[in-house]
Design a protein around this ligand. Structure first.
Ligand code: CP
Ligand code: NVA
Length: 304
């Protein structure tokens, strides 16, 4: 059976451990100047409905480093769902490429691509999930804290796609996840309930100061995600008390790490001082997208 990554539910705990371990190995080897052509001759299509820096660059460079090649198809070319259905689109692409990474608005588009395509489809961000980001974040957490197990990750901000993927990670891994969000910006109820039903150590609160007490990692993201631009003004008001700033960081452990998936709106969800400060690991997270997605593509295509 082909291996899609529609959400982190497509990975078992053992799969996640394997991908993270391979990512760490590939990172170390790259640092020593060694690149293994594990996907020699393979072709990746990047099918994107939304803008991107990190995801596009790391998938493209990652596939090149693994010995393959990449085709980028942006929103203007494909007009997914308007010019052509996702099902028809993938039935063409799967005759041409070996693997697809898709960045979409609706999660249903990722699901449709995976259902109708014969090659693996990786979710490169949808309105609902961002699995590649959280895999890279888990690698960053392991590097910076020395462990994932038992870490308390406190996400201060919107109950969005990144937060949803953290909830799914908490279903699989023995970590604690708390979301501190304004009222009305809670995560999707079904995703939260599913995490709770799976026995995950997760909580939602509206008090960021109390939430970060003793946190191992404070995470934040933009207050208005791609597709929510029209709500940005209202959201600035609603989220004003949820900024990750010096005062908030001071309430956490001395060795807390501060995480952000980027792009950041400096001065809104996070201050310049914190993003440039000693606790910040945001650029390690960005680099780790490369290593995590290389490992993920290898896993999808070869299973090792
Ligand atoms: N973090 C992230 O996915 O960045 P891009 O939107 O630039 O790809
Ligand atoms: N929540 C953000 C993440 C960007 C990487 C968005 O969807 O725009």
């Amino acid at each position: 059976m082909k291996r899609d990554i529609r959400t982190l539910r497509d990975l078992t705990r053992a799969d996640m451990d394997h991908v993270l371990s391979l990512a760490a190995t590939l990172k170390q080897e790259r640092g020593e100047g060694r690149l293994r052509p594990l996907l020699a001759g393979k072709k990746l299509a990047l099918l994107f409905q939304k803008p991107s820096l990190r995801t596009r660059a790391t998938f493209d460079i990652g596939m090149t480093e693994l010995g393959g090649s990449t085709l980028f198809l942006g929103p203007d070319e494909v007009q997914l769902g308007t010019r052509e259905t996702p099902a028809d689109c993938v039935r063409v692409l799967d005759r041409l490429v070996d693997i697809i990474a898709a960045r979409t608005f609706a999660q249903e588009v990722v699901e449709e691509l995976a259902e109708h395509g014969s090659v693996p489809v990786i979710n490169a961000l949808s309105d609902l999930y961002h699995p590649c980001q959280v895999l890279a974040d888990l690698l960053t957490l392991k590097e910076s804290k020395g462990r994932i197990e038992g870490c308390h990750v406190v996400f201060v901000g919107d109950g969005n796609n990144v937060a949803h993927s953290w909830l799914l990670a908490a279903e699989k891994l023995p970590l604690r996840f708390t979301l501190a969000c304004p009222e009305g910006f809670e995560p999707d109820r079904e995703i939260l309930e599913s995490a709770v039903a799976a026995g995950a150590d997760v909580a939602v609160t509206h008090d960021p100061a109390a939430a970060v007490d003793g946190a191992d990692a404070i995470y934040t993201d933009v207050w208005a995600s791609m597709g929510q631009e029209a709500e940005a003004g209202d959201r600035q008001t609603a989220f004003a008390a949820f900024q990750v700033n010096r005062e908030l960081v001071a309430r956490a452990s001395d060795d807390v790490v501060v995480m952000h998936c980027l792009p950041a709106h400096r001065g809104e969800e996070i201050t310049d001082e914190v993003i440039e400060g000693p606790h910040s690991v945001v650029f390690d997270q960005a680099e780790n997208r490369l290593h995590a997605q290389k490992a993920l593509m290898v896993w999808c295509l070869s299973g090792d």
